[in-house]
Design a protein around this ligand. Structure first.
Ligand code: DOR
Length: 441
């Protein structure tokens, strides 16, 4: 593709940065959006024209928390398979977590992921650097990274940083964003012993209970306030944490929620067993409600999937030997757009939570809006047709979804990354490559 490749999308229902919709045309040249107008006159320089009549054009989804397993755990997923799933799901950029093998805790490991992504990844990519008790200089200096990931709980070995005296120097030094998996590991450990021998996966939500999440979120907030350090709370799962933030959320703190913590609860264990097992665990219907309200009110800033694939064989080991995590990048946009079509929120809010607000929080330039000068990362969705989530159709290597059978609308029809069509009506263009994301200081 030439660097001046020109795409014309006609008659789309376009979401503008104001949150309003207009029916019109957009032109992209190279990687950029160059024109958004009610009607762009015909021109010979257009390489491809798309008739988007009846379709809605949104900024591409930026998924700010995924686990794509490469290097080291490629039997579950790899950057190619995961980015195919992204393209199908309208996810044009992702931020990936450091619990791969080796762990992403050094510049060399970060460079390796960037190179692998340049070679294999169909969408844009960014990576967290993982905190250990020993890698402070790497946390300060590694580039480019969207931020520091701290597992305060639910991690093994080196990536676990669960004591205040070890956490404090990380908050005290440097100024880049710190994203926390907030669960209290000491409490989890004690409760694991208390409930040992129980094999019903529903016990997972009691072992890693709400209090475990609240304790860790409180500690992270305390340290963030002490040092006025940018803090992002990953996958908020409890109503109590949402209320905590509602009462006192410093301007430099952000929080996210996953579709599964909004839409699934502990009743899922009866239906899908260990496939519902994740960290932090699913909670009660009451938590679903409080999290939704917090999202609507802006207490929670955006949405991430925490795409964390494990194979069906691994999940079949039975609790507590089954690993925690579920895939998400293929279903997150249609799940949320279906909620919007059911009146729980607006399409513009979904797009803000899944793109604009993420770009703002992570300071990713030129993404998250449809306007001239912005990157041409776009998704055309069909809001008029409903289709179920079907196991046989998923592209994630793990081969299942917790939402199988859910009848959804808003499925992507065409996904565009940097002005290139990467997914079109069921077909992937696997030769397309994304770009490394930039993060402003
Ligand atoms: O359920 C989870 N699984 N939560 C995490 O934070 C990690 C993830 C994984 O990597 O499997």
């Amino acid at each position: 593709m030439s660097s001046n490749h020109c795409l014309l999308i006609r008659h789309a229902r376009i979401l503008l940065p104001t949150g309003e919709f207009v029916v019109g045309d957009i032109e992209t040249r190279g990687r950029e959006i160059v024109r958004v107008e009610s009607e762009i006159p015909p021109s010979t320089r257009v390489d491809k024209e798309i008739d988007a009549n009846g379709l809605t054009l949104l900024p591409g989804v930026i998924d700010p928390q995924v686990h794509f397993r490469e290097p080291g755990l490629e039997h579950k997923e790899d950057l190619f398979s995961a980015s195919c799933a992204c393209a199908k799901g309208g996810v044009t950029s992702f931020l990936e977590m450091p619990n791969t093998r080796p762990l992403t805790i050094t510049q060399a490991a970060l460079d390796d992921k960037l190179q692998r992504s340049a070679d294999h990844c169909l969408v844009n990519y960014g990576f967290f650097i993982g905190a250990t008790p020993e890698n402070l200089p790497d946390l300060r200096d590694a580039q480019p990274t969207c931020g520091i990931k701290i597992f305060m709980g639910s991690a093994h070995g080196h990536l676990l940083v669960d004591h205040e005296e070890v956490l404090e120097p990380i908050f005290a030094q440097g100024d880049r964003l710190i994203a926390v998996h907030a669960e209290d590991q000491a409490r989890i450990r004690a409760r694991r012993e208390q409930f040992a021998g129980i094999t019903d996966p529903a016990i997972h939500s009691q072992i890693q209970d709400s209090q475990a999440a609240v304790n860790a979120t409180k500690l992270a907030l305390k340290l963030s306030k002490k040092y006025q350090r940018r803090l992002h709370i990953l996958h908020l799962s409890t109503g109590e944490e949402a209320q905590l933030l509602r009462q006192d959320k410093p301007s430099w703190v952000t929080a996210e929620v996953t579709p599964q913590h909004l839409l699934l609860n502990t009743s899922a264990y009866e239906k899908i067993g260990t496939l519902a097992q994740m960290n932090p665990p699913l909670r009660t219907p009451q938590d679903n409600q409080v999290l939704w309200q917090a999202l609507l009110d802006g207490v929670i800033d955006f949405i991430a999937t925490d795409h964390a694939p494990h194979t069906l064989e691994e999940k079949a080991k039975g609790y507590p030997h089954s690993p925690s995590g579920m895939p998400g990048v293929e279903t997150s946009l249609p799940l949320m757009l279906t909620q919007a079509m059911e009146g729980r929120c607006t399409i513009a809010q979904v797009s803000n939570w899944m793109s604009t607000a993420v770009a703002q929080a992570y300071r990713i330039p030129n993404k998250g809006a449809i306007a001239p000068g912005y990157d041409a990362d776009l998704v055309l969705v069909d809001l008029d047709n409903y289709r179920p989530v079907v196991r046989e159709e998923v592209l994630t290597k793990c081969g299942w979804s917790p939402f199988e059978g859910w009848n959804l609308t808003g499925w992507p029809v065409i996904t565009i990354v940097g002005g290139q069509i990467v997914y079109e009506r069921g077909q992937l263009h696997t030769e397309v490559r994304g770009q490394p994301l930039a993060f402003d200081a």
